[in-house]
Design a protein around this ligand. Structure first.
Ligand code: HEC
Ligand code: HEC
Ligand code: HEC
Ligand code: HEC
Ligand code: HEC
Ligand code: HEC
Ligand code: HEC
Ligand code: HEC
Ligand code: HEC
Length: 418
C-alpha cells in the first residue's frame, strides 16, 4: 500500500516538473508565437534542461494565460534590447552555476562586453549596437564550436557584417562599411574559407569576442604578432619600430592593411606597386635597402625556378633526380626565411638566407645538367648499339641473299659428292 502511494506521488511530481505550459500553449498558437518553440529544439539551453520561463519568467505550471504570464509570477515579457546582457549574465556570470555544466567555462562575458564599444553604447541607451543575442541568436543558441552557430569562425563575418556592411544601419556613426568586402578579398579569408584553416583570423579573432580588444594584446593593431611571431620579433628590432611608434602608426597594418591583407611578394619592395617608395626616396638609406633586398629576393626566386625547371626536365626524361628535388625544397625554405627576414629592414638579415639558397640553386642546377648530360650520353650509346644491330642484320641479310643467289645445280652437285 505504502509503495503504491509513493509511486503515485512520484508520478504526480514528475508530471508537475515536466509540465511546461509555456511550450504547450505556444506550440498550439502557431506563427510568430510558435517560432521560438520550434527554434528551441537545437538550443544548448534546452539540452541543459532550461525552458522559456528560465529567461522570460512566469509560471510554467499554469494553463491559465493570465496567471502563467503575470507579473505576480515573475513574468518579464519580451526582453528589451538593453536588458539582454543582464539577463544572460544572470547565469553566465555565475561561476557556481555554469561550472556545474562546464568546469572550464569563462564567466567574464558581461565584464568584457561592458568594456567594448558595443557595451558602452548600449549602456548609453543606443540599441543599434550588438548585444548577446545579435551574435549568438535568440532561441537557437548553440555551442560555439557547433558549425551552425553564428559565432563559428566561418560564419562570424556574416554575423558581424549584418550590421557593419549595412550603410543605413551604420549611417550615424561615420564608420566605413567596407570591412566585409575587404576581408573577403584577403589572404585570411582565403585560408579560412578555401583551405578550411581555422587558425586564420576572423573579425572576432582580431577584435575579440566580447571585449574592446582580444585578450592577449592591449590594442587591436598589435594582434598580428600573436600569430605571426617571427615577423613581429624582427620588426620589433628594426629601425621602423621606434619610428612608427613615434608617428603613432601600427607597424604591420601600415604596410599590409588591417582587413585587406593581400598575398605579399618582393614587388612590394620595388617597382610600381612598391610600398617603401611611399616614404623613402630611391637614394636614401631606406630606398637603397629596399632595392637591394628586392634584387636579392628576385635573384634567389629566379635561380630556384631555373633549377626547378632543369631538374623537372631530367625527371620527365626518366633520370633519377630525387636527391636534387629534395635539396630544392631546402632552397625554397631559404627563400621563405629570406621573405620573413625582410621584417628586420636590414640588407644583411635577408642576405644570409639568400646566400645559402643561391648555393643550393647552383648545386641542384648542376645536378640537373649532369642528369641531362647522362641522358644524352645514354642516347648516343643507344644509337650506336642500334646502328650496330642494324649493320649486323644488314650483313646477315646480304649473306643470305648471296647464298640464295648461287645456281641450285652447283649446290646439288656438291652434295652429291661422296
Ligand atoms: C495559454 C496560452 C499561453 C501560455 C500558457 C503562455 N503563453 Fe506566452 N503568449 C500567449 C499569447 C496568446 C501571446 C500573445 C499575446 C500577448 O502578448 O499577450 C503570448 C506572448 C508571449 C510572449 C511575447 C510577449 C511580447 O511582448 O511580445 C512571450 C515572451 C511569452 N508569451 C512567453 C511565455 C512564457 C515564458 C510562458 C510560460 C511561463 C508563456 N508565455 C505561457 C499565450 C500563452
Ligand atoms: C536563453 C534565454 C531565452 C529562452 C530560454 C527563451 N527566450 Fe524567448 N526571448 C529571449 C530574448 C532575449 C528575447 C528578445 C529577443 C530580441 O530582442 O530580439 C526573446 C523574445 C521572445 C519572444 C518575442 C519575439 C519577438 O520577436 O517579438 C517570444 C514570443 C519568446 N521569446 C518566446 C519564448 C518561448 C515560447 C520560449 C520557450 C520555448 C522562449 N522564448 C525561450 C530569451 C529567451
Ligand atoms: C559581437 C558579438 C558577440 C557579442 C555581443 C557577445 N558574444 Fe559571446 N561570443 C562571441 C564569439 C565570437 C564567441 C567565441 C566563439 C569561438 O570561441 O569560436 C563567443 C563566445 C561566448 C561563450 C562561450 C564561452 C566564451 O566566453 O568563449 C559564451 C558563454 C558567450 N559568448 C556568451 C555571451 C553573453 C552572455 C553575451 C552578452 C553579455 C555575449 N556572449 C555577447 C560573440 C559575441
Ligand atoms: C538560466 C541560466 C542561463 C541563462 C539565463 C542563459 N544561459 Fe546560456 N547557458 C547556460 C548554461 C548552464 C550553459 C551550458 C550548457 C552547456 O554548454 O552544456 C549555457 C550555454 C550557453 C552557450 C554555449 C557556450 C559554449 O560553451 O559553447 C552560449 C553561447 C550561451 N549559453 C549564451 C547565452 C545567451 C546569449 C543568453 C542570453 C540570451 C544566455 N546564454 C542565457 C545557462 C544560461
Ligand atoms: C546589431 C548590429 C551589430 C553587430 C551584429 C555587430 N556590430 Fe559592431 N558595432 C555596431 C554599431 C552600431 C557600432 C557603433 C559604432 C560606433 O559607435 O562607433 C559598432 C561598433 C563596433 C566597433 C568599434 C568601431 C569603432 O572604431 O568605433 C568594432 C571594432 C565592432 N563594432 C566590431 C564588431 C565585430 C567584430 C562584430 C562581430 C563579432 C560586430 N561588431 C557585430 C553594430 C553591430
Ligand atoms: C587581421 C585582423 C583583423 C580582422 C580579421 C578584422 N579586423 Fe577590423 N580592424 C583591425 C584593425 C587592426 C583595425 C584598426 C583598429 C585600430 O586602429 O585600433 C580594425 C578596424 C575595424 C573597425 C573600425 C573602422 C575601420 O574600418 O577602421 C571596424 C568597424 C572593424 N574593424 C570591423 C571588422 C569586421 C566586421 C571584421 C570582419 C569582417 C573585421 N573587422 C576583421 C583588424 C582586423
Ligand atoms: C589568428 C591568427 C592570425 C592573426 C591574428 C593574423 N594572421 Fe595573418 N595569417 C594567419 C594565417 C593562418 C595565414 C595563412 C597562412 C598561409 O597561407 O599559410 C595568414 C596569412 C597572412 C599573410 C600572407 C602570408 C603569405 O605567405 O601569403 C599576411 C601578409 C598576413 N597574414 C598578415 C597579417 C597581418 C598584417 C595581421 C594583423 C592585421 C595578421 N596577419 C593577423 C593567421 C593570422
Ligand atoms: C615596412 C613595411 C612592412 C611592415 C611594417 C611589415 N611588413 Fe610584412 N611584408 C613586407 C614586405 C615588403 C613583404 C614581402 C616579402 C616578400 O614576399 O618578398 C612582407 C611579407 C609578409 C608576410 C609573408 C611573408 C613572410 O614573412 O612569411 C607576412 C606573414 C607578413 N609580412 C607579416 C607582417 C607582420 C605580422 C608585420 C608586423 C609585425 C609586418 N608584416 C610588418 C613589408 C612589411
Ligand atoms: C609609412 C612610411 C614608411 C614606409 C612605408 C617604409 N618606411 Fe622605412 N622608415 C620610415 C621611417 C619614418 C624611418 C625612420 C627615419 C629614417 O631613417 O628615414 C624608416 C627607416 C628605415 C630604414 C633605416 C634607415 C636608416 O637611416 O638607417 C630602412 C633601411 C627602411 N626604413 C627600409 C624600408 C623598407 C625596405 C620599406 C619597404 C618594405 C620601408 N622602409 C617602408 C618610414 C617608412
Amino acid at each position: 500500500m505504502t509503495l503504491r502511494l509513493l509511486l503515485t506521488m512520484a508520478f504526480a511530481m514528475a508530471a508537475m516538473a515536466a509540465k511546461d505550459t509555456c511550450v504547450e500553449c505556444h506550440t498550439a498558437l502557431g506563427g510568430e508565437l510558435q517560432a521560438p518553440v520550434t527554434a528551441f529544439a537545437g538550443d544548448v539551453h534546452k539540452r541543459a534542461g532550461f525552458s522559456c520561463a528560465d529567461c522570460h519568467g512566469g509560471d510554467r505550471n499554469s494553463d491559465d494565460y493570465e496567471v502563467s504570464m503575470s507579473k505576480g509570477r515573475g513574468y518579464l515579457g519580451k526582453i528589451s534590447r538593453t536588458d539582454v546582457p543582464k539577463l544572460c549574465a544572470r547565469c553566465h556570470s555565475d561561476a557556481a552555476l555554469i561550472h556545474k555544466f562546464k568546469p572550464q567555462q569563462r564567466v567574464d562575458q558581461l565584464a568584457q562586453y561592458v568594456t567594448s564599444v558595443h557595451g558602452k553604447r548600449l549602456a548609453a541607451g543606443d540599441t543599434a549596437v550588438a548585444n548577446c543575442v545579435d551574435c549568438h541568436s535568440v532561441h537557437d543558441i548553440r555551442d560555439v564550436k557547433d558549425p551552425l552557430a553564428p559565432v563559428y569562425p566561418t560564419r562570424v563575418v556574416e554575423t558581424c557584417t549584418r550590421c557593419h556592411a549595412d550603410a543605413a544601419h551604420m549611417a550615424k556613426y561615420k564608420l566605413p562599411t567596407n570591412q566585409r568586402d575587404e576581408y573577403r578579398a584577403s589572404v585570411h579569408w582565403e585560408a579560412l574559407s578555401k583551405r578550411k584553416d581555422l587558425s586564420a583570423p576572423t573579425c572576432a579573432s582580431c577584435h575579440g569576442n566580447h571585449g574592446a580588444a582580444p585578450p592577449q594584446v592591449a590594442s587591436v593593431a598589435a594582434v598580428c604578432g600573436t600569430c605571426h611571431a617571427l615577423q613581429q620579433d624582427l620588426y620589433n628590432n628594426s629601425p621602423h619600430k621606434p619610428a612608427f611608434d613615434a608617428m603613432g602608426v601600427a607597424g604591420c597594418v601600415a604596410c599590409h592593411s588591417n582587413h585587406a591583407v593581400h598575398a605579399p611578394s618582393e614587388a612590394l619592395l620595388a617597382g610600381d606597386k612598391a610600398l617603401c617608395s611611399q616614404c623613402h626616396d630611391a637614394d636614401s638609406a631606406g630606398g637603397k635597402t629596399a632595392a637591394e633586398m628586392h634584387t636579392q629576393l628576385q635573384s634567389l626566386a629566379d635561380s630556384l625556378t631555373r633549377s626547378n625547371d632543369i631538374v623537372a626536365r631530367a625527371r620527365r626524361a626518366g633520370m633519377e633526380v630525387s636527391e636534387a628535388a629534395m635539396r630544392l625544397a631546402d632552397g625554397q625554405e631559404r627563400l621563405v626565411k629570406a621573405r620573413v627576414a625582410v621584417h628586420n629592414f636590414r640588407t644583411a638579415a635577408v642576405a644570409a638566407p639568400v646566400k645559402e639558397g643561391l648555393a643550393i640553386a647552383a648545386e641542384t642546377h648542376r645536378a640537373g645538367q649532369d642528369a641531362l648530360a647522362e641522358r644524352d650520353f645514354r642516347r648516343v650509346g643507344l644509337g650506336v648499339s642500334l646502328a650496330a644491330i642494324f649493320l649486323t642484320m644488314a650483313g646477315l641479310w646480304l649473306a643470305i641473299r648471296s647464298v640464295e643467289a648461287k645456281p641450285p645445280g652447283s649446290q646439288t652437285a656438291g652434295s652429291d659428292q661422296p
